[in-house]
Design a protein around this ligand. Sequence first.
Ligand SMILES: Cc1cc2nc3c(=O)[nH]c(=O)nc-3n(C[C@H](O)[C@H](O)[C@H](O)COP(=O)(O)O)c2cc1C
Length: 211
Amino acid sequence: MNKTRILILYYSMYGNTFQMAQSLAEGISEIPEAEAQLRQVPDLLPEKIILENEGVRKAKEMQKDVPVATLDDLRNCDGLILGAPTRYGNMCGQMRNFLDQTGSLWQEGALVGKPAGLFTSTATMHGGQETTLISMSFTLLHHGMLIVGVPYTTPELISTTTGGTPYGASHVAGMGLAPLSAAEKEICRVLGKRVAEIARKLSPSPSSSPL
Ligand SMILES: Cc1cc2nc3c(=O)[nH]c(=O)nc-3n(C[C@H](O)[C@H](O)[C@H](O)COP(=O)(O)O)c2cc1C
């Protein structure tokens, strides 16, 4: 049986967004017919900055086994979860740069009708999580994707004192790398599972195949 492919496409400089990607993958794995594909977008940081910053070096080590994304990963997915750390209230340049190379996919309509969720990490509580998540959705809407949020039937969305929004999953990391709170982790799990469930429902059933 062909599994429903959920692409978790992200960038992470210090490792926080990567931790979120792992929790999202756990949620996806709860749907037996779905599989998570973790991919990082190419970095644009000069080598000098990577070498001089211990936190960045450690994050690179953490992510060394995650393949770098190609346009075909996007073309072939059944659902997408897009994650980027906040930069001045917006997505990071690495993600913007990758998305700006998707013109051919837009022309093909390759992403039309596929579900997509969003996630982000910030240093500060009010440092732009919602603006980042919402502005990331603009590109996906241009691609014809169906934006999947986090419903308020998720109890942690009401009780959280850290990250977590109806627009997508989020993490308040402080300066550097910090573990996800229990609520942030749960909201990631819920979003991963939800995108996988919806993608599964929207994907053509293998049993309806003429073969
Ligand atoms: C250039 C730059 C701009 C940033 N802008 C913001 C911001 O507007 N608000 C905020 O809370 N954090 C901001 N941050 C902090 C990162 O969003 C935060 O460290 C995030 O957790 C990093 O995620 P990562 O560990 O996945 O790289 C900024 C960081 C950098 C390097």
